[in-house]
Design a protein around this ligand. Structure first.
Ligand code: ADP
Length: 223
């Protein structure tokens, strides 16, 4: 498993590096490149570097948790934590023409690190925005069910084909590679969510109807 992971990770890093190499070679080998083209190539180098940065940050994040580094655990009020994270994602939602609505119960608390809760919510809602076309809706709901806090992120987006559903939490798995690249995806977001939720003795599940929408449900033991 480790060998496969290293090989997948190397492959992920190889592609942007090859693009950067190609673009910089084009610039240095062309004697009379006009400045508009050159600026375009340099911008492309910048966005490939950004992808490398995002991927390496997420890989480091995963391996830190694999090593069992204990995060700072406190009592987290989920409604407040989710609101705080949604606030950061509003601009992206507005830009994409996607509406976010919230139905959240008060006073649902869990024992977790704030940072981990932020990662869970950020990854799931960012995906919901990325994979929901203009005019769509994302509904974030939070409730207590027995001894569990249940957080649901439902979107009216592109959905996930049934055959892909069992794999979406795998590292580097993407349903539509081209689309994921376009939206700056790394294929690591959901594997990080799963890893964090497990560390907190919770579960994360997905239900989806291709072409209609997707719902991710996170259950964490309440404190
Ligand atoms: P990525 O960085 O590619 O978004 P993730 O690990 O976050 O990687 O997600 C894995 C894949 O699952 C994505 O490439 C996408 O195909 C699919 N996916 C995740 N969330 C959604 C969603 N809300 N709607 C449709 N597809 C999704």
């Amino acid at each position: 498993q480790r060998r496969r992971f290293v090989s997948d990770a190397s492959h992920e890093l190889k592609t942007p590096l090859a693009s950067i190499r190609l673009l910089s070679d084009s610039i240095s080998q062309s004697a009379d490149m006009d400045s508009a083209t050159m600026r375009e190539f340099v911008a492309d180098i910048g966005s490939e570097a950004e992808r490398l940065q995002r991927t390496t940050e997420k890989l480091l994040d995963l391996s830190r948790r694999d090593d069992g580094v204990q995060p700072d655990v406190t009592i987290v009020d989920l409604q407040q934590a989710v609101h705080g994270t949604l606030h950061l994602l509003r601009p992206l939602a507005d830009q994409s023409g996607v509406t976010i609505t919230c139905l959240m119960s008060e006073g649902v608390t869990v024992r977790a690190s704030e940072d981990d809760i932020y990662h869970i919510v950020f990854n799931l809602v960012e995906n919901a925005i990325k994979y929901t076309p203009d005019g769509g809706t994302i509904t974030v709901s939070l409730a207590k069910a027995g001894r569990d806090a249940v957080l649901e992120i439902a979107d009216t987006g592109v959905g996930i084909p049934e055959a892909d559903l069992p794999h979406v939490f795998d590292r580097f798995y993407r349903v539509d590679k081209a689309r994921s690249r376009e939206t700056g995806g790394t294929g690591l977001g959901l594997s990080i969510v799963k890893q964090i939720v497990r560390l907190h003795a919770g579960t994360v599940t997905v239900a989806s109807e291709y072409g209609k929408g997707t719902t991710f449900t996170v259950q964490l033991p309440v404190k």
